[in-house]
Design a protein around this ligand. Structure first.
Ligand SMILES: [Zn+2]
Length: 325
């Protein structure tokens, strides 16, 4: 059997990020409109988060700022991730080079939702920075620490290379239709495992302390409702913090596929190993137990087809994400 502490096995599976990064930096047909714009207009568009030039005429109303359920409850401290959040001001690329990617990253002095997303990513990796949306000295220092860990040049600027490694999809990528179109049906999941105002990204395969990340982290707030993603059986669980996952459950469906929920705050009291669960049934609450302690509340979620190696759950999550419909 697999060891209980399976949050970060050492397999080096990647999430196909290379292709997506190329998508981001590749020129789209809509880029052809850019030379028609004045330098001032380009600066203005960039400061709006480059939504306008990349969105163009593509019909993606669910991605327009403020159109989705992305606003966090007041005081939650966790506004939506950049995919759904209102675009944040970013340092504009020089208008003289309009053919370069629309964003070259986040720099000290920047502020807004994208900076918050960056700060949350740092905290998930154990780098203590304030999640205040302001790219100040502490954030710059945190970025340097991460860059050294990742063997990148420690500039303190969250450039495109770093953002890609973090799976942060700001602006250009977020507005790329190829990365937004959810598949019509999920292969494994029936229900999204978190209820509430969560956010997540394709962070499968990201470098973590113990190796490549084996799932997706769905970030939310402490105590957020977690539900079974399938009809199945609780195969194992622990209410005592055990291993990297802390408080966790495994659900197995009728086909033998396994689903891992880690860092939970609590497990529903009626559940025990062998309990049947139906898709959408509450199984517990979100926390930050195990090696998530001191980071941000999130569900570490894995899919293991037939109980084997984990696959990237991102496309399945998107397919059942009610915020995408
Ligand atoms: Zn995780």
């Amino acid at each position: 059997m697999r060891p209980t502490a399976t949050e970060h096995p050492r397999s080096r599976g990647r999430g196909g990020k290379g292709a997506r990064i190329i998508d981001r930096t590749g020129s789209s047909p809509r880029d052809l409109t850019r030379p028609l714009r004045t330098a001032a207009a380009i600066v203005a568009l960039l400061s709006l988060g480059v939504i306008a030039p990349t969105l163009g005429a593509s019909p993606m109303p669910e991605q327009l700022p403020g159109s989705g359920p992305s606003a966090a409850p007041a005081g939650s401290g966790l506004p939506g991730q950049p995919v759904a959040a209102a675009p944040a001001p970013v340092p504009a690329a020089t208008p003289a080079a309009p053919v370069t990617p629309a964003t070259d990253g986040l720099r000290p002095g920047a502020s807004g939702g994208d900076v918050k997303a960056l700060q949350r990513k740092l905290r998930v990796r154990g780098i203590k920075v304030p999640v205040d949306g302001n790219y100040g000295a502490r954030t710059r220092a945190g970025v340097r620490i991460l860059q050294r860990k990742l063997k990148l040049k420690a500039t303190g600027v969250a450039d495109a290379a770093l953002l890609a490694k973090l799976g942060l999809k700001i602006r250009a990528v977020a507005s790329n239709p190829a990365t937004l179109s959810a598949p019509a049906t999920a292969r494994y999941l029936k229900v999204f495992p978190v209820v509430g105002d969560y956010s997540y990204e394709d962070d499968f395969g990201d470098p973590r302390g113990q190796g490549a990340h084996q799932g997706n982290d769905i970030i939310g707030t402490m105590g957020m409702q977690l539900v079974s993603c399938v009809d199945g059986t609780i195969s194992r669980l622990t209410r005592e913090e055990t291993g990297l996952g802390g408080i966790w459950i495994w659900i197995v469906d009728g086909q033998g596929n396994e689903y891992y929920y880690a860092h939970m705050a609590s497990i529903s009291p009626e559940l025990k190993a062998g309990s049947k669960v139906t898709a959408g049934q509450t199984v517990g609450t979100m926390g930050m137990t195990g090696d998530a302690r001191g980071t941000v509340p999130h569900l570490h979620f894995e899919i293991r087809p037939n109980g084997g190696g984990s696959i990237n759950p991102f496309t399945d999550l998107r397919a059942v994400d009610p915020k995408r419909k």
